[in-house]
Design a protein around this ligand. Sequence first.
Ligand code: FDA
Length: 307
Amino acid sequence: MLRRLLLEAAGDVRLRRVAERHPAARALARRFVAGQTVDDALEAARALNRRGLKVSLDHLGEHVARPDEAERAAEVYLRLLDAIAERRLDANVSLKLTQFGIDLDESACERRLERVVERARLHRSFVRIDMEGSGYTERTLAIFARVHARHPGDVGPVIQAYLYRSDADVRALIRLGARVRLCKGAYAEPPEVAYPDKADVDRSYIRLAEQLLLLGNYPGVATHDARIIAHVKRFAERWEIGRERFEFQMLYGIRRDLQEELVGQGYNVRIYVPFGEAWYPYLTRRLAERPANLGFVAGSIAREALK
Ligand code: FDA
């Protein structure tokens, strides 16, 4: 119930305006977001690289209303890829198609994506297309498949284990040789399209992870779920799948202990590092995953009120 309320709040413009000004919300955002500028993001990437962690940089933003906003988003990604290469960082990029204007003009969105993928190829980097709400799954996978056909290996999609369709999608992506990131899924979805129960989502995650580990192309196992991570490690060992054939992925600011433990054990670990001013929807999704994070905001508002 709380999860659904928070996910609905992610799209609320009035709440967004209040949160963006509130010091407690801004303080919480700093825990999950690496800063506002490209330089902040590059600095965070360097610090993570020093700790043996790979990075994927995400310039926050989604659902742009005008083509010029989508153009600006693409420009930021081009600059980001150049800067990553210049500074020799171990980092790639993650982006959202609603930020690249998929709702305005699908062909223009695909052309913007392709420009970024071409730049990534030039620098031997990689572009991850984040997956958004289920209304975008089909279109996102179709755009991915077309760009992948022209630039195999330079771009990869995300699969959400909570969607019923993901078994079939994973089979198709394995046939394409796609480099997939697997996550549980972070949006409010109806029971017609996604498992409502967490236990079913976890079972689906394990089933899909096993398929990707056995037959996929360098999958990204994106989760902080220690039980699933332990299962993946055991499964890879049993089937003699080397540590170089997959990577774990986690979000900036979450389970640093687990991130370092895995690096210490010789696993590839990539941290998803969001940055920019449009942090509100990203932050509310993180709150929905773990409402205990709300305690931090509530606590500091209460302290302020008692002053
Ligand atoms: P789960 O929610 O079961 O959490 C397991 C444990 O992790 C918790 O018990 C807690 O310890 C810790 N934890 C999880 N979330 C936390 C939080 N917010 N704050 C503090 N602790 C937390 N989703 C999507 O729909 N599209 C996408 O493209 C992506 N991309 C993506 C990239 C990467 C690298 C990651 C790690 C995740 C995503 N996600 C995503 C988000 C994903 O779908 C999911 O919502 C979160 O990862 C939370 O699920 P877990 O797998 O961590 O498990």
